[in-house]
Ligand binder design. Structure first.
Ligand code: ATP
Ligand code: MG
Length: 755
């Protein structure tokens, strides 16, 4: 390749010939002429060379212009649709007639080849990337403009690019940077495998290509940005539609305002509930739209805008029927893209019905708790962990544990007496079956009480549990016992009285005849003396015989036994004695005192049972009404009770500081006067307690007691006085006979008699 010609001599031919004629007069003409001719020949050659150069230059420029025009008019450039790198590299190669031309873009700190065209093969390659940081000299050189390199392997700007140059057999190259907004974005590169110099017009052409690429890249970027903008806009629009649909799909009324508190819109639920259209609201403030609305709402909005965050409060609103309703309102600030307050979004919920329901629930709850508390049963609710959830007033009264104290505690801690029911409670929860345990007995303050326990499974708010109902049925059990007792006593009493009647006549005959026998054997009456003589003996002999054989004593024993039997029969006959006759109003305390006095003088009681050593305390209620009864038989009852008590207490061993004692009580109980005779003797077990009133029931040794004392007392109280008798006992501790006698003041006849 020839080096480009030095710029041509600018001296014109005319000037040179004039110079020749001037000098020919003084020196030899011919050599001078020859020299001039040679000069002229050289000048002509020079001019030819210059012309050739000029032609070549013109040809190059023509090629460059053609390429430039083709690039500029290429559809991809005209439409600015995309960067057609392969088209450009082909034009570049043709324009500068280089072996290769390529286009490189900066991507993530690397220079990446988007197209390289090889003129010899007509092929395109792409994809090679060179690390920008690995070729600082090259990059630094590019900052100043186009680089022309004559020898790529030795040029210092190509340091670290020798490998690349060798691989591609590059000797000369012309690289032009593409700057966009001062930033290196691409490189336009012409490469040649043999030595080659670069004409200034070529450098200019390369720069124009770089400009064109810059333009195309900028277009590309702008188009990309526009596309992104369009996409963002479409997304925004979609978001807007979505938000509108979301708001309209919500059943909760929503409205929103700008920072000037003018409505921006509302959702469908708002329109449906208030009857106001979004289009009517838009642009207006609340006060403009509803002149009557209280100022506080807008003031609160202003405060929210000033302070940010959110507000939740109760408010009133008018619905589409013009009714004022209660609502719970939630307001919140929303922001613009720069995080400035852009307005308020508010939602509200109509809570009128909810409030009413809450009131109704509260009312029901009160009603329910009143019902529960007014019930005479203990009601205890427990959850599945057996912790107390309900505790009614009666439960508090019975246990002495207040509701607040009991709630939440384990049942076993608050009501240990229900321990025996725990397995049933658990079973009831599991099986959802109710359980009923009748007449469970337990001892409270030394007294046996009976309770019916019912366990109902219960599911409240999805939480399993049970309600335990406990009813005190002590009184009922006693009544049942008494009823059973009275039935038993009536049949036994009837039987005994019947037997007594039957025995009465033969017994009377026995007794009468024994008396007659004694008289006939013992008394020397004329008929007796006469009969002895008629029999061939004397009355004295008969008497003597009776004495010797002890017949008269035997007859006395028969009489004594007969008398005893007659006493029993008399007692038995009292079972069927009917009541009602000659009952009078009696002072029961006076009668009790008299009986105690009688007992203390009773020989047997005094001697055998040390009656006087027994401590007797009295608990008599003042102002006690009189009872309706018969003093004689009632006294017999009290005496029986005192005798039994004294007999029983003699059997018990007392601690030194303790000793036998009676407590006598009398007080008004419902329509009765209740009398209690309690001793601190050995008491009795349940089996005995249930039978003590039966005729002939005794625990005493044969011959020691008839077992009639209490049965006679029973008939006196129940049959004769229409009263009640009951026996309570704690074995080893005490026995208490409870007698209920009719009040005289309630009996019309007695009241009339006394007045
Ligand atoms: N206070 C008491 N303490 C303990 N047991 C008693 C008491 N009172 C009565 N009993 C029991 O009741 C039984 C029946 O008494 P009841 O008075 O009917 O007959 P009794 O006393 O055995 O015979 P009787 O009265 O003819 O002497 C007694 O045997 C005794 O076991
Ligand atoms: Mg007795």
């Amino acid at each position: 390749m020839s080096k480009p010609a030095e710029p041509s001599d600018t001296t014109s031919l005319k000037d040179k010939i004039v110079g020749l004629s001037e000098s020919s007069g003084r020196k030899s003409y011919y050599p001078l002429l020859q020299q001039k001719i040679r000069q002229l020949q050289e000048e002509v050659a020079e001019r030819e060379r210059a012309e050739k150069n000029l032609r070549e230059t013109l040809t190059r420029i023509a090629r460059q212009q053609t390429a430039m025009a083709e690039i500029a008019t290429h559809p991809s450039v005209l439409d600015a649709s995309f960067l057609d790198a392969s088209m450009i590299t082909e034009k570049m190669v043709r324009a500068l007639q280089t072996d290769q031309a390529s286009l490189w873009l900066i991507r993530e700190n690397a220079l990446c080849c988007v197209d390289k065209f090889f003129s010899q093969t007509g092929k395109h390659v792409a994809g090679q990337c060179l690390d920008v940081a690995a070729m600082p000299e090259y990059v630094a050189a590019l900052v100043h403009g186009p680089i022309t390199v004559a020898d790529a392997l030795t040029d210092p700007r190509m340091l670290n690019l020798e490998g690349y140059c060798r691989t591609h057999a590059i000797t000369a190259l012309l690289d032009v940077p593409v700057h966009i907004y001062g930033q290196l974005e691409a490189v336009v590169s012409f490469e040649h495998t043999s030595p080659r110099a670069w004409w200034p017009d070529e450098v200019t052409f390369a720069s124009r290509i770089a400009d064109q690429v810059a333009l195309m890249l900028a277009n590309d970027r702008r188009r990309q940005a526009e596309e992104e903008l369009n996409e963002a806009h479409a997304l925004l629009q979609q978001n807007l539609y979505f938000t509108e649909a979301l708001l309209d799909a919500m059943p909760i009324p929503v409205f929103y305002k700008d920072t000037k508190l003018r409505f921006l819109g509302c959702n469908r639920a708002f329109t449906e509930i208030t009857g106001n259209l979004s289009s009517d609201l838009k642009g207006k403030t609340s006060t403009e739209f509803w002149p009557q609305i209280p100022q506080v709402y807008e003031e609160s909005d202003r405060q929210l805008l000033a302070e940010g965050g959110q507000k939740i409060f109760e408010a009133k609103f008018k619905n589409k029927d013009g009714k004022i309703r209660d609502a719970i309102v939630a307001k919140r600030i929303f922001h613009d893209g720069k995080k400035n307050h852009a307005g308020i979004i508010a939602s509200f919920q109509d809570i009128t019905d909810l409030k009413q329901s809450l009131l109704d629930i509260e009312h029901l709850r009160n009603l329910l708790s009143n019902i529960i508390n007014s019930m005479p049963s203990v009601l205890i609710g427990v959850d599945q962990d057996e912790h107390i959830t309900h505790w009614n007033l009666h439960a508090a009264q019975v246990t002495g544990v207040a509701r607040q104290e009991a709630l939440g505690k384990p049942l076993s801690a608050v009501a240990p007496w229900l321990e025996q029911e725990r397995s049933k409670i658990r079973h009831s929860m599991r099986s959802k079956q109710p359980f009923f345990d009748p007449k469970l007995s337990r001892t409270i303050d030394n007294e046996t009480v009976f309770e019916d326990v019912t366990i109902y499974p219960l599911v409240t708010n999805g939480v399993e549990g049970v309600v335990i109902r406990v009813d005190d049925v002590t009184e009922k059990v006693r009544m049942e016992e008494m009823l059973a007792q009275s039935e038993k006593m009536l049949s036994l009493g009837g039987l005994a009285a019947g037997m007594a009647h039957e025995i009465n006549n033969p017994l009377a005959s026995i007794m009468g005849n024994v008396q007659v026998i004694k008289t006939r054997l013992h008394k020397p009456l004329p008929q007796n003396i006469q009969a002895a003589q008629t029999a061939g003996t004397t009355f004295e002999h008969v008497q003597r015989y009776m004495e010797l054989r002890g017949v008269l004593q035997m007859l006395d024993t028969v009489h004594e036994s007969g008398a005893q039997a007659a006493q029993i029969v008399s007692n038995m006959l009292s079972f069927s004695r009917k009541s009602g006759a000659q009952r009078e109003a009696l002072d029961i305390i006076e009668l009790l005192e008299k009986t105690v006095e009688l007992a203390s003088t009773d020989y047997e009681l005094k001697k055998k049972y040390n009656f006087r050593d027994i401590v007797i305390s009295r608990e008599f209620a003042p102002g006690l009404p009189q009872v309706l009864g018969r003093a004689g038989t009632l006294q017999q009852v009290f005496l029986n009770l005192l005798r039994n008590g004294a007999e029983a207490m003699r059997e018990k061993k007392y601690a030194p500081e303790d000793g036998p004692s009676f407590i006598l009580r009398a007080y008004q109980y419902d329509r009765w006067v209740r009398v209690e005779v309690e001793d601190n003797g050995p008491g009795m077990n349940e089996a005995i307690r249930k039978r003590v009133l039966e005729p002939f029931f005794t625990t005493k040794a044969p011959g020691k007691g008839t077992g009639l004392g209490l049965s006679v007392s029973y008939f006196i109280i129940v049959e004769e006085h229409q009263g009640r008798i009951n026996v309570l006992s704690l074995p080893g501790e005490w026995t208490c006979f409870v007698l209920d006698l009719p009040r005289a003041d309630l009996d019309e006849h007695a009241v009339a008699r006394n007045s």
